[in-house]
Design a protein around this ligand. Structure first.
Ligand SMILES: [Zn+2]
Length: 443
C-alpha cells in the first residue's frame, strides 16, 4: 500500500510493493505461444508481404496479409460482443525513396474503447510488411517471420486476451505496412493523430521480438530490450537551453515510459526481464516509434536481446553452407509470448491507472534548498492523489516516492532540486500509478 507521509522524516521507499493485480496475472497465463506461432506461420504463408507486392491476390502478397489480419481482428471482436472497432485505414502513399509509384497502404486497426476515460489512448503496434534483401523487390520470397510477423502476431494475441476485459482508457491494437519503406504506415497514423489532437499517452512498437533461436544460449536470453530516447525528438530550442543548464536529458516522456514498463513488468514476471536501452534505436536501424516521437508522443521500441542478421532482410538461400532467411524455424515462440506478456502488463497497468499529471512544474523563483512542485488537478473520477518520485541524479531509475494526497502543490523541505531529480505521478483508488511526468521549471 502507499504510505501517507506528509512531513519528511524517514523517506517512504519502494511504493510499488502492492499486491499484483489478479486479473493481470490471469491474462499473463492466457497469452499463448501456440497462437503466436500459428499467426506467424500464417503470415509467412503469404510468400511475401513487401509493401509493393500484390494487393488483390487472396493467397500471396501484402493484400492477403492485410485481409487476414482484418479477419482475425473481426473474429476476436465477434467473440467479445463486438467490443472492438476494427478498421482498415487506407491512404495513398506518394512516390518516395523506396516507393517507385504511388501506392495504397493500409493500417489495420482494432480499438478497445475505454469505459472511463476513452479519449486517453495507448497504442501497441507491429509492422506486417516484410522484405528480402532489396526493399523494393516485390516478387522475391520475404517470409519475415521475425521481422515482423513476430510483432504482428503479438499484437493480435494481445487483442484476443485483452478484449475479454474492460479498461478505463482505450487500447488500440495496430498493424502497419511500409515500415521497410521508411516507417510510412506508422507515420501516417501518427500524423493523423497529431492533426486531430488525439490524446496518445504511450505507444509501443514490437519489431523483431522473435528471440532468434541461434542466440538461444546467450546470457541475455531472459530479457527483451526496450529502447527509449533521451533528448526528445521534438525538443524546442528553449527546452534545449533549459536542459543544457540544469539537465533532464535522461527524463524524456519516452524514458519515463520505459521505466514504467520495467517497474510494472518486474512485479509480475520473475524469469523474464526488461532490459532498458537508453537510446532511440540501434545503429543503422529505425522503427515505427520514431514518427510518434517526432510528433511529441511518448513511445518505445521492443526488440529481442540479440539479433542474427543472417535471418533478417535476406533472400532465402543457402550460400557457402550458410542458410540465410527470416523463416519460422528461427523464431522462439515462447520468447515472443514473453515479450507480449511484458506489453500486456504495461498496457493493462496504464489503461487502468489515472492519466499522468499535466503541467508539472518545479518552482524556481528564488534560491532555496527546498523543492516546490506544482501541477494541474487531474479530473479522473478514480483519482486517489499523487506521488512525488525522486532519485539521485546519476541513478537510472526512480528510487524513492511518497504519496502526498489529492493536492496540486507540494513543498519538499530540505531536499534540494539541485541534488536530485523529481517527478510526479497520479495514483488511482485501485492503487494503479500513472506515468511519471518530469517537471519543467517555472520562474
Ligand atoms: Zn522490422
Amino acid at each position: 500500500m502507499a504510505c501517507f507521509v506528509f512531513v519528511f522524516g524517514a523517506d517512504c521507499i519502494a511504493q510499488t510493493k502492492e499486491k499484483p493485480n489478479t486479473e493481470i496475472q490471469k491474462m499473463i497465463r492466457e497469452v499463448s505461444a501456440n497462437n503466436i506461432e500459428a499467426s506467424i506461420r500464417k503470415l509467412v504463408s503469404f510468400g511475401t508481404r513487401n509493401t509493393l507486392s500484390e494487393q488483390n491476390d487472396p493467397n500471396r502478397g501484402i493484400g492477403a496479409a492485410r485481409d487476414w489480419i482484418f479477419g482475425e481482428f473481426q473474429k476476436i471482436s465477434a467473440a467479445c460482443g463486438n467490443c472492438l472497432t476494427v478498421e482498415k485505414q487506407t491512404f495513398l502513399q506518394p512516390k518516395a525513396n523506396r516507393i517507385p509509384e504511388p501506392t495504397n497502404l493500409t493500417n489495420v486497426i482494432a480499438a478497445l474503447k475505454g469505459t472511463g476515460d476513452p479519449a486517453r489512448i495507448y497504442i501497441v503496434s507491429g509492422h506486417y510488411d516484410s522484405m528480402c534483401t532489396s526493399p523494393t523487390d516485390a516478387k522475391c520470397d520475404a517470409p519475415g517471420a521475425n521481422d515482423d510477423a513476430s510483432g504482428t502476431a503479438a499484437v493480435i494475441e494481445l487483442a484476443r486476451v485483452m478484449s475479454k476485459r474492460k479498461f478505463d482508457a482505450t487500447i488500440v491494437f495496430i498493424t502497419v505496412p511500409g515500415e521497410e519503406q521508411g516507417l510510412l504506415g506508422a507515420a501516417h497514423y501518427a500524423e493523423q493523430a497529431k492533426q486531430n489532437s488525439v490524446n496518445i499517452e504511450a505507444m509501443f512498437t514490437n519489431d523483431i521480438i522473435g528471440g532468434v533461436t541461434t542466440h538461444r544460449n546467450s546470457p541475455n536470453r531472459d530479457r527483451v530490450r526496450v529502447f527509449s530516447e533521451g533528448v526528445p525528438s521534438n525538443e524546442t530550442e528553449q527546452q534545449a537551453a533549459t536542459r543544457r543548464s540544469v539537465g533532464g536529458e535522461n527524463d524524456s516522456q519516452s524514458r519515463q515510459l520505459a521505466r514504467f514498463i520495467k517497474e510494472q513488468s518486474d512485479r509480475y514476471l520473475k524469469n523474464f526481464k526488461v532490459w532498458m536501452i537508453y537510446r532511440r534505436d540501434r545503429y543503422l536501424r529505425g522503427g515505427d516509434h520514431i514518427p510518434f516521437l517526432e510528433r511529441g508522443f511518448a513511445a518505445v521500441r521492443f526488440t529481442e536481446s540479440d539479433e542474427d542478421y543472417t535471418h533478417q532482410h535476406q533472400n532465402v538461400r543457402t550460400e557457402n553452407g550458410i542458410f540465410y532467411g527470416d523463416t519460422p524455424e528461427f523464431v522462439d515462440f515462447e520468447y515472443t509470448a514473453n515479450v507480449a506478456r511484458v506489453n500486456l502488463i504495461a498496457l493493462a497497468s496504464l489503461a487502468n491507472a489515472p492519466a499522468r499529471p499535466k503541467n508539472v512544474a518545479v518552482v524556481t523563483t528564488r534560491l532555496t534548498n527546498d523543492t516546490e512542485l506544482k501541477w494541474d488537478a487531474n479530473t479522473d473520477a478514480h483519482l486517489a492523489g499523487y506521488e512525488i518520485v525522486w532519485r539521485e541524479t546519476a541513478s537510472p531509475e526512480w528510487t524513492n516516492s511518497v504519496f502526498v494526497g489529492n493536492v496540486t502543490t507540494f513543498l519538499m523541505k530540505d531536499r534540494s532540486k539541485d541534488n536530485y531529480f523529481f517527478g510526479v505521478r497520479a495514483v488511482g483508488k485501485n492503487g494503479n500509478k500513472s506515468l511519471v511526468l518530469y517537471p519543467r521549471s517555472v520562474r
